[in-house]
Write a protein that binds this ligand. Sequence first.
Ligand code: 5AD
Length: 363
Amino acid sequence: MVREQIHALSLKGLHDLSDLRFLLSLEDPDEIRYLAELASNVKNEHLSNKVHLRGLIEFSNLCSKDCLYCGIRKSNKKPLRFQLRQQEIIDAATFAFNNRYGSIVLQSGERSDREFTGFVCDVVRNIKSVTDGKLGITLSCGEQTRETYRNFFKAGAHRYLLRIETSDRELYSKLHPNNAHHSFETRLRCLEWLKETGYQVGTGVMVGLPFQTIDHLAADLLFIKSLDADMVGLGPYIEHSQTPLFKQREFLWPEQFRLSMTLKMIAILRIMMKDINIASATALQAIDGFGREKALKFGANIIMPSLTPKEHRKEYLLYEDKPCLDEDREECRACLEMRVKMVGDEIEYNSWGDSPHYTYRNL
Ligand code: 5AD
């Protein structure tokens, strides 16, 4: 009975909050498995069983922001602040290129000073040049001016990730300091600028935040759809003891519930937006050793193996219990290959893995 209802909704298209609320509230394991099966079918039909890799280079944890949930927020004095040297970043990118990853993500804390934005442009330009323009580059460096986004794009970045974190203004204000440097409006404006610049744009939310409800998550799905995002990265919120939001931990959903809610979000999104790229967030693996593989089964098609030098990984903890802190790049690559095969998917090497959604959007 419920299975038929799920099936009918998936065919009808998911535009109503009440339908999304219904799907997000599923708790019976058989029903959730059925939802995953539908999402998997959509993925196979529109994108085949190919998984694309994005080598993740977390190149700096210096941050001017003070987001209340994030372990590298400016006011946290614990992490040793670092910025990789140009050559270290190029070495990591070269590893990705030589291992046929096709694409990398350069991620950092948020800074908007000229020294930083100029550095990012140089790095992007140099990576493009040493790889003959063949390595795809995604940036994830937070809110910037329209001009900076244009400069990054001109330098050779073609995708940009900027999570909205939550699409609910009021909840956003509970997760960020109440000042102009942490404004929901600015975040929205940045997403618009990224689109108009010509990037493939990615956004996403955290799932299981304090004060967050199923209604918020249903609205998040509609927000992502209305933004017409090309890529989505969404993962469970994981509390960090050196952040102000840690105080609210007693109000959190249990971790397993956050995990299954994240998986349901991924499956529903795959049914709603059939041809976008959906990343299987590393945070999933912090809760469940096979969290990322489960996400593939629920419709995700992107995995981001870490290429951050081992000695800096422990200083880039956005959340605690981050997995694979002591694995080197080579181990990480071999382990992934095996894990992806295990769920019946296949890694597509040597390709940028652009979302068909972006291609059609620009025809
Ligand atoms: N738990 C899970 N995800 C987090 N992020 C930041 N802090 C946490 C946390 N405590 C996510 C945010 C950000 C992305 C880079 O990492 O969504 O956009």
